[in-house]
Ligand binder design. Structure first.
Ligand code: CDP
Ligand code: CDP
Length: 214
């Protein structure tokens, strides 16, 4: 199965670009951040303190986290028999997800699920550590970036309360699988590109590497 890894900081354009790219290539799209958000949402729902790794680990022991693809190739997440969606973008999740994501037990659980997913389909998978830690041997790796100011403006334009500077700092400085440019990744600055412009640029680089739309 072919994996295209797309990493980068908040609001660099990962989700929008990965979705369009996957559609263009006929691949499935997987948002690994949704898994970290789902675990965070469920921990908060259970009133588990994200700052207490022992409590988080205890909760993980009985947490049923599933993910897969619909027959149409859409990825989905199920957590303790629930299918959260809009809840994953709530401010309370934004404010706690980087703390939860820094706990190694959380990462181990999610990484195992992500690795199992690619046995089923070709994927464009986006996140923070897809090219560096989840699939270090992925044949195609991209790191999207944009200036902090532009990324802040993009989030604000979406009407979201999201301290992206703080999240980026936490994500870049954690001990396990921090946000970084993966070895072999191509860095794309999206600051002054449209979404279609970014997709076009990545598609051209993929074509040079021999990967064309089906
Ligand atoms: O879309 P946005 O950039 O705002 O974030 P996301 O991709 O939904 O990820 C939310 C959070 O999950 C990140 O800030 C990280 O703390 C964590 N995450 C991670 O640690 N590793 C990943 N592969 C993906 C997300
Ligand atoms: O997934 P990530 O947090 O990296 O970013 P996103 O959710 O795909 O993009 C954040 C917002 O910026 C969305 O509203 C995109 O439409 C917008 N964006 C843009 O206008 N131009 C770009 N080149 C990239 C993103």
């Amino acid at each position: 199965m072919t994996i295209i890894a797309i990493d980068g900081p908040a609001a660099s354009g990962k989700s929008s670009v990965s979705k369009r790219l996957a559609r263009r290539l006929g691949f499935s799209y997987v948002n690994s951040g949704s898994m970290y958000r789902a675990v965070t949402w469920e921990l908060l729902r259970q009133s588990v303190d994200p700052l207490n790794p022992d409590s988080v680990r205890t909760s993980l022991d009985s947490m049923e986290l599933g993910c897969g693809f619909t027959p149409e190739g859409e990825s989905f997440i199920r957590i303790n028999a629930q299918v959260p969606d809009a809840e994953l973008k709530e401010s309370v999740v934004n404010n706690n997800v980087s703390t939860v994501s820094a706990i190694p037990a959380v990462r181990h659980l999610i990484v195992a699920r992500l690795r199992a997913l690619v046995n089923e389909r070709d994927v464009v998978m986006e996140g923070r550590d897809i090219g560096s830690a989840v699939f270090p041997d992925a044949p195609h790796k991209f790191y999207l970036d944009a200036s902090p100011e532009i990324r802040r403006l993009r989030r604000a334009a979406e009407g979201q309360t999201d301290s992206i500077d703080l999240r980026d700092k936490q994500d870049s400085s954690r001990a396990e699988a921090p946000l970084q440019v993966a070895k072999g990744a191509c860095v794309v600055d999206t600051s002054h590109l449209t979404l279609d412009g970014v997709v076009e640029k990545i598609s051209q680089l993929l074509a040079v590497a021999g990967l064309h739309p089906r």
